[in-house]
Design a protein around this ligand. Structure first.
Ligand code: UDP
Ligand code: MG
Length: 316
């Protein structure tokens, strides 16, 4: 039996690039069908993430032009991770495998052939891993690599240089559906689900049109999300740091006491000020980190829906 494939593509304000990349995705799908690797009821599913431009209209037009194009629309912009999850959850009961990929053509779609082969070979998850970032700007490249180092240093396990280009079987998605967290960091969650997995390398190229919807601000917030939703290591670091500071201050107290007893105490305003500033700075950072976790707990206890689908290109 040939598997049916759903390609899940999040789109946020992508009117420039969608008309260029949509035919490319369709070509890829048709080629895979022609090669008998996937069945003809495979689909390309666009997830409109509350775009402010006419992305949704373009998706509707595409859906009218070819039955292989379908689309869902989120009720508002919720961010890339939520858009991908919405698409995957929508697809999980309709197909055997899904591949999530960005809509800007940066991820080489020819890697899909290899992904599908790996699935047929018995893997349930296939991670697309970037072999080169030569076409990324120097800034993007260094910040992105720093991002992976930071994550692994902080105890969040992720596949190095893997973003959200991956194949997931519907079997794995059924299990992923039981992960109820509201703070999403998919590339850290999928490894937690388990099952047999492998990686496929591909070259990352430039965006075909339009500009990045992932400015540094969003990348930093994704990094913080990644760490705080996957690991409690920062809290442990704080505790360790607290112990060290306490030990140092204990030695400091002894020293002050001895000096005072020897009658050599000198008014040390500068050293005092430095210590106070330093320690209060450290305390504020620690409070901030703890606050970040409490904020996460707060959002999780609310249990709000992670996505709301307002429209579909087909009748339910
Ligand atoms: N995206 C989204 N919602 C957002 C931001 C981005 O669905 O709030 C989508 C975007 O349309 C694209 C993908 O996420 O398909 C990756 O975004 P982008 O290419 O701008 O990020 P970069 O490749 O620069 O990291
Ligand atoms: Mg991109």
């Amino acid at each position: 039996m040939k598997p049916s494939l759903y390609i899940v593509i999040p789109c946020y304000n992508e009117r420039e690039v969608l008309p260029i990349t949509a035919p490319m995705f369709l070509n890829k799908l048709t080629q895979l069908v022609a090669e008998d690797k996937i069945s003809d009821d495979s689909r390309i599913m666009f997830v409109n993430d509350g775009s402010k431009d006419d992305t949704w209209n373009i998706i509707c037009e595409l859906a009218k032009s070819d039955e292989h194009f379908i689309g869902i629309s989120q009720s508002r912009n919720r961010g890339h991770q939520n858009a991908v999850l919405a698409g995957l959850m929508e697809a999980k009961d309709k197909c055997d495998i899904t591949i999530s990929v960005d809509c800007d053509g940066q991820d080489d779609i020819n890697a899909m052939d290899k992904m599908v082969e790996e699935y047929i070979g018995g893997c349930e998850v296939v991670y697309g891993v970037r072999s080169s970032r030569e076409k990324d700007t120097f800034f993007k490249r260094t910040t992105a690599q720093g991002f992976y180092r930071f994550l692994s240093g902080m105890g969040a396990e992720v596949v190095y240089n893997h973003a959200d280009y991956r194949l997931i079987s519907s079997k794995v998605l059924q299990e992923l559906a039981n992960f109820k967290e509201v703070n999403l960091f998919l590339r850290g969650m999928i490894p937690l689900v388990g099952f047999k997995s492998t990686t496929v390398e591909y070259a990352r190229t430039e965006r075909l049109a339009g500009e990045s919807k992932y400015p540094l601000r969003k990348m930093l917030s994704l990094a913080v999300d990644g760490v705080t939703s996957l690991s409690v290591k920062p809290l442990r670091l704080i505790t360790g740091f607290g112990v060290i500071v306490a030990l140092i201050s204990f030695v400091g107290c002894l020293w002050a006491l001895i000096t005072a007893l020897c009658g050599k105490a000198v008014a040390g305003w500068a050293s005092m000020t430095c210590i106070i500033c330093f320690v209060s700075g450290v305390q504020l950072i620690c409070l901030g980190i703890i606050g970040e976790y409490i904020g996460k707990i707060y959002m999780e206890t609310k249990g709000r829906p992670r996505y709301i689908i307002s429209q579909r290109t087909w009748e339910e």
